[in-house]
Design a protein around this ligand. Structure first.
Ligand code: NDP
Length: 448
């Protein structure tokens, strides 16, 4: 049987584009459908514009610190419109880069929503295409909590096009997105209240990260309302009035409410019912090779709800293409995947948390090394910030099972620390590594 394409990719985000390009390198004829802008969530309404706003939010602190270093700093004000224009301009540029990359790789791009007619046939608008293999890389969408008035809350997509900076900003949720935007807006001068249903932000992270970062955010002025949930949002003349229950049972009024209460795979209207692709808990079920329950249909990235991070989707996509088109037997390892939360200070992590390690290996077999200290930078500033670094080590093997950090450049540092941890390095290997002095990262090789 001959098909229009060797591979058809549904979704032009990080995972889909990486898989499409890699497959063409092996000579595959590839088509790709995207109904929105190329680049997916990461490029258009996630990692990239968010990181630019994070950079923008650093300046108020630096202006303050500059005075302590002898600078005279004039009055500094933020032009919100200019900032969002710069951010969105970069997104536009990247859209063009992605289009050119796909053109160069000879991937045929269809601008529309692809739906399955059967396991080898897709409908995109009025057009039908057939493919030997189909890769679903459709990503996810934000999910709002089910409370009256939740339609008044925006989702993170809208953060990059707000016409003006909100004076009063309320964030619902204490995950990556909520914590990052709460921190950005607070640093830019908004009054921020973060409502979380647990005592601490960032469930799933090592407890020391959760506690240290939360305390730091509170010190910087973020009002964190722990053990609290909202019961309703009402639109009033003064703004959006939120009513809460729990430790902080009160009402609060906001100019903007951000619902950052998680994301779910975007599977509606895909026509999966016309195939035998299995969906478990709202996500496409796949095996280690990202193969669904239909042998010629594969899925990568957030729509499979494994680890919902851009670099994971990219590696899953490339492993799929290497295996199916490059004759290599490759699966992506989901162990020791590092990640970072781009707050100020940043939080970053790789490997086992202390709790996970104790659960898996037993409390007696785990040794914790921890350091808390202020870097040289803060020794002369009024503003003080303490870094926290932690290693989780298995006593019997001396293996470093996990590393965790809150502090300046934590993301950059953790990328390097993730390599020895992935390779199975021991605490003795860390100790044998000479420190770079003076630095924050040196704590990772000098902890006793
Ligand atoms: P997360 O799953 O990280 O966090 C969701 C938060 O909302 C949690 O605090 C959760 O509480 C809370 N929550 C969920 N449902 C409710 C509810 N009904 N009522 C009250 N609170 C609720 O989701 P995000 O939206 O923050 O981020 C989505 C994904 O995007 C992340 O998992 C991550 O993979 C990715 N991402 C990664 C970034 C990075 O790498 N820096 C940046 C941004 C996003 P609880 O903990 O109790 O469940």
């Amino acid at each position: 049987m001959s098909y229009d394409y060797d591979l058809f990719v549904i979704g032009g985000g990080s995972g889909g584009i990486a898989a499409a390009r890699r497959a063409t390198e092996y000579g595959a004829k590839v088509g790709l459908a995207e109904f929105d802008r190329l680049g997916g969530t990461c490029v258009n309404r996630g990692c990239i514009p968010k990181k630019l706003m994070v950079y923008g939010s650093h300046f108020p602190h630096w202006f303050e610190d500059a005075k302590d270093y002898g600078w005279s700093v004039g009055e500094a004000t933020l032009d919100w419109t200019k900032m969002t224009k710069v951010v969105n301009g970069e997104v536009d540029r990247l859209n063009g880069v992605y289009q050119r990359m796909l053109d160069k790789a000879d991937v045929t791009v269809y601008r529309g929503y692809a739906q399955f007619i059967d396991a080898h046939t897709l409908k995109i608008g009025e057009e039908k295409v057939t493919a030997d293999k189909i890769l679903i890389a459709v990503g996810g969408i934000p999910e709002k909590a089910d409370v009256p008035g939740i339609e008044h809350a925006i989702i993170s997509d809208a953060m990059f096009t707000l016409p003006q900076q909100p004076k009063r900003f309320v964030v619902l949720g204490g995950g990556y997105i909520g914590v990052e935007f709460g921190c950005i807006l607070n640093a830019l001068g908004s009054q921020v209240t973060q409502i979380i249903r647990r005592p601490y932000i960032l469930r799933g992270f090592d407890h020391d990260i959760r506690e240290h970062l939360q305390n730091s955010l509170i010190e910087q002025g973020v009002n964190v309302w722990g053990n609290t949930e909202i019961t309703s949002i009402e639109k009033t003349k003064e703004g959006f009035k939120l009513t809460t229950t729990g430790d902080r049972a009160e009402t609060i009024t906001a100019d903007v409410v951000l619902a950052a209460t998680g994301r779910i795979p975007r599977l509606e209207k895909l026509g999966l019912e016309n195939t035998s692709v299995e969906v478990n808990n709202g996500a496409i079920a796949v095996n280690d090779y990202s193969c669904t329950t239909v042998p010629n249909i594969f899925a990568v990235g957030d729509c499979t709800d494994r680890i919902n991070l851009t670099p994971v989707a990219i590696q899953e996509g490339r492993a799929f293409a290497d295996t199916e088109f490059g004759g290599k037997d490759r699966i992506m390892s989901h162990e020791n995947v590092p990640s970072a939360v781009f707050t100020s200070p940043e939080a970053a992590t790789v490997g086992f948390t202390e709790a996970e390690a104790k659960e898996q290996f037993g409390e007696d077999d785990i040794q914790i090394y921890r350091a808390r200290f202020g870097s040289t930078y803060f020794s002369v500033t009024q503003r003080k910030e303490k870094a926290m670094l932690k290693l989780v080590v298995q006593k019997s093997s001396d293996r470093v099972l996990g590393a965790h950090m809150v502090g300046e450049a934590a993301a950059e540092i953790m990328q390097g620390v993730a390599i020895p941890i992935k390779m199975g390095a021991t605490k003795a290997d860390f100790d044998a590594t000479v420190a770079i002095h003076p630095s924050v990262a040196e704590e990772f090789v000098t902890m006793r």
